[in-house]
Each structure stands twice: as structure tokens, then as C-alpha cells.
Design a protein around this ligand. Structure first.
Ligand code: HCA
Ligand code: CU
Length: 382
């Protein structure tokens, strides 16, 4: 079964301006756990002692999910991560030619030594720790380097290799630049060496293809997909948790595997504390995700919602609704009148038409009409 790693608390907190206090992080982790996320990447403890504290609290909160720390391949940092009592450790070290030459100024062998040293140390401290190694910017690194680094990491004790599309470079539409291709080659090459780690993918959204690439990786048979709430993360962020779960729910056999009804509350919580608004048209959790507006649409859904819905709002703890405005027709007014408990007015066709005219006038201000409040005012004035 595919596993989900949520990185809202690590990658997500790398969104400029975003800061989650330790108690907020614990609340977010509890929600993620309820939803059924397998691994919660809770932060990099070496960044700040408060992050270490938050990771420790979450690790000790008795959640079902594995709690993970992120760390550079540096013994001191790995120590700080392990001090937090985590059951998952993700270490990263790029083996791209540019990174080795321009940034680290070392050769591949020296990089391999650092990777092996950090993983060996972590493995010695804890037999049952899940260790992931990420050759950061995997997909723009020479395949030979990635395979050498991944092989060395697994031999040193890593259980998982993550393919990181750090800059959102991959596309399902060019074979040699697709995550699908990287997964296949990596698995094949590791299998030749009799190494069978789990494979994870971390897809950034710089080209708007993070979700498409994650699903491409799923098709290639990967084990773990990284996500965050609202896709929060560096630059254009990563795969959005809700969007991925919607699509995976369609693909897996077992129904109701994830508790999607908690998504809305989780998104509202993260939005509140991150100060990043949820887009109204965000799938499943946006304000308008199940709202119908134009006359033709509302007339149809009044007969059967499924005429304009392929997702069942109930799965997300939502209901479908209608909006009023310039695009509305008489059916919308009738439905809205029923909604505010004025069903008796529906028979008065003259009044319904007058209300519609008023609604259209009001719509010209360019913001949504509040049915519960403003429609009542319109009715009282007509
Ligand atoms: C980062 C980069 C990273 C790492 C992913 C990983 C990426 O450290 O911010 O360690 O698995 O996108 O490569 O998020
Ligand atoms: Cu990232």
C-alpha cells in the first residue's frame, strides 16, 4: 500500500513568513495522524532548539504515524535529530555535479564518505530507526552518482531512498525527464546490486506538475509520496495533501482508506496559523469546491447533484451549495428562498423575478452575496 509522508511541519515551514509554534505543530500532527498519514516529517532539529522541542513533543505524543526529523549528513545534526526520540530520520546530501563543484567543493568520494558516516552513525544508535537518504536534486544529478550514493547509503543502513525533484524539473511528458523513468532506472540498478530499499518521491511544483509527477511515480510503483497541506514549501511548494488523497482514493482498492472528512478542519487550521489563505476553488477543501453558480448548473443540480459533481462532498464532510449573482437564474432564487426558510414565496413568480433582478444588481459590486444575510434583506425590501 502506498504510504504518505507529510512535510507541512518541515518543508511547509520553509514557506517564507510561515512559523508554527510547538503547540500548533502538535495540533497539526494530531490531525495528520487522524487522517491516516504514515510519516510526519516534523522538522530539522539542528535549525533551532524550539524546532527540536516541537519534534520531541510530537515524537512523544503517542501518535500512530512515524515521526521524523530532517537532517544534514553531519554527525552533530544527526545527534540532535536522534535526541528528539524520532522513529524516522531523513538525511540529505546532493551528488549533482554542480553542487559538488560550486557549493560543497568536494569530489564524489568525499561526499559518499559523509553520507555513509552519517547513516552508519544513525544506524548504530538505533536498530529500528527508519532511515531515508535523499540525493537532493536527484533528477538533475548524473545517474551514476545517484546510484553510487544510493547504494552506499543502503549498505550503510538506509531503508528508503528518496528521489527529490528539488526544483520541479521533471515532466511526465518527456520520457527521460520523467519521475517514472528515474524510479524505474533506480530500482533496476539497485536490484542488480541486490539492494531493495523503499523508494520515495519528493516533487516540487515549480512547473505546476508536482501532483502529475507524484502520480507518475505511483504508476512506476513507488512506496512513499511526500506532501504538505496546501502544498506549502520552498518557492512554489510541493504536492498538496488533499489533491493527492483525492486522486489516490480513486486508484486504490480499499474505500475510505484515509479519513478525508478531517481535511477541511486541518486545512483551516494550517491556513489560520500560516496566514496563507486557502484558495476558494481549491479541490475538496476550498469554499467553492462544491458550490454551483451559473443558471444552467443550478437547474441541473436541483435535479441531481452528480450532473455537475464527480466527487461526493460527503466524503469530505461537506455539502453542495449554491451561490447567487449575475450568473444566477430563477431556480437558484427558489433554492435560496427554501434555504432561508421562505419556501412559501417560491409560488410568487413575480416576486422571484424581482428578487433575481435585485440579486443581479447587487452582484455588480463584485463580491459574493451572503444568502443567509443579504438575501433576507433583499426579500424584506422587495
Ligand atoms: C531541502 C530540500 C528538499 C529535501 C528533501 C529531502 C528537496 O532541504 O529543503 O530531504 O528528502 O526538495 O530536495 O526539500
Ligand atoms: Cu523540498
Amino acid at each position: 500500500m502506498i504510504k504518505i509522508l507529510d512535510s507541512t511541519l518541515r518543508e511547509g515551514e520553509q514557506t517564507p513568513g510561515v512559523y508554527f509554534a510547538p503547540e500548533t505543530k502538535l495540533k497539526i500532527a494530531e490531525f495528520l495522524d487522524h487522517i491516516g498519514v504514515d510519516i510526519i516529517e516534523a522538522g530539522n532539529p539542528a535549525v533551532d532548539s524550539e524546532i527540536a522541542l516541537a519534534v520531541t513533543r510530537i515524537a512523544n505524543a503517542g501518535l500512530k504515524a512515524k515521526i521524523g526529523a530532517h537532517s544534514l549528513c553531519r554527525i552533530d545534526d544527526v545527534k540532535k535529530a536522534l535526541d528528539c526520540n524520532v522513529s524516522f530520520l531523513g538525511v540529505f546530501f546532493s551528488v549533482s555535479s554542480q553542487r559538488l563543484q560550486c557549493d560543497y567543493n568536494i569530489c564524489l568520494d568525499e561526499a559518499l564518505d559523509k553520507i555513509v558516516e552519517a547513516i552508519t552513525y544513525a544506524r548504530e544508535q538505533n536498530d529500528s530507526l527508519l532511515i531515508r537518504y535523499t540525493p537532493e536534486d536527484t533528477v538533475r544529478s548524473p545517474m551514476k552518482n545517484v546510484i553510487e550514493a544510493a547504494s552506499a547509503a543502503v549498505k550503510a543502513g538506509a531503508n528508503i531512498i528518496s528521489i527529490a525533484d528539488t526544483t520541479g524539473y521533471t515532466t511526465p511528458f518527456q520520457q527521460k525527464r520523467s519521475i517514472y523513468y528515474f524510479v524505474k532506472i533506480l530500482k533496476e540498478e539497485l536490484a542488480k546490486r541486490e539492494l531493495y530499499p523503499q523508494i520515495e518521491v519528493h516533487c516540487h511544483n515549480d512547473r505546476g506538475l508536482a501532483l502529475a509527477n507524484a502520480l507518475d511515480a505511483y504508476r512506476a510503483g513507488i512506496d512513499i509520496i511526500d506532501v504538505s497541506v496546501m502544498g506549502l514549501g520552498e518557492r512554489a511548494g510541493i504536492v498538496d495533501l488533499a489533491e493527492l488523497l483525492i486522486n489516490l482514493s480513486d486508484l486504490i482498492e480499499e474505500k475510505n482508506f484515509w479519513k478525508l472528512e478531517y481535511l477541511k478542519d486541518l486545512y483551516n487550521l494550517v491556513s489560520e496559523y500560516s496566514h496563507v489563505p486557502i484558495s476558494p476553488h481549491h479541490p475538496a477543501v476550498g469554499k467553492n469546491a462544491f458550490t454551483h453558480y451559473a443558471g444552467v448548473h443550478v437547474t441541473a443540480i436541483a435535479k441531481d447533484e452528480r450532473l455537475y459533481q464527480s466527487l461526493n462532498p460527503e466524503f469530505f464532510g461537506s455539502k453542495s451549495s449554491i451561490a447567487l449573482g449575475m450568473q444566477s437564474g430563477l431556480t437558484a432564487v427558489e433554492l435560496a428562498l427554501k434555504q432561508i426558510g421562505r419556501e412559501e414565496l417560491v409560488e410568487n413568480k413575480y416576486l422571484v423575478a424581482k428578487i433575481l433582478k435585485e440579486i443581479k444588481e447587487m452582484a455588480k459590486r463584485g463580491t459574493q452575496i451572503d444568502i443567509e444575510k443579504e438575501l433576507i434583506e433583499i426579500v424584506n425590501n422587495c
